[in-house]
Design a protein around this ligand. Structure first.
Ligand SMILES: [Zn+2]
Length: 98
């Protein structure tokens, strides 16, 4: 599974990188909106990384928009988004305008 090294959100470039040992403790991931980076714990399987990254990307959106969502809200939106896009890939093309 290829994980992008960066992404653009609201015209700002963010980095995605692997945590150094001990950097984020037991967290699976962290969204650092001030530094514009998402840090991922490498000690998880592909499905977990997929969910963690989606979770952190939703944090990036909700923090930038000052939505103050709870961890549970972020996590369940991530779950729904993964299911929706995995089951209906045509939505991705539609959003891209293809
Ligand atoms: Zn979270």
């Amino acid at each position: 599974m290829a994980i992008p090294n960066n992404f653009v959100l609201f015209n700002q470039t963010w980095a995605i990188r692997t945590a150094t040992p001990g950097e984020i403790g037991d967290d699976l991931g962290q969204c650092r909106s001030d530094a514009h980076e998402v840090v991922l714990n490498p000690n998880q399987n592909e499905e977990s990384i997929r969910h963690t990254l989606t979770h952190e990307l939703i944090h990036c959106i909700e923090q930038k928009l000052h939505l103050e969502m709870t961890e549970r809200q972020v996590d369940l939106i991530a779950l729904g988004l993964i299911d929706l896009l995995r089951t209906n890939p045509e939505f991705i093309e539609m959003i891209q305008g293809e």
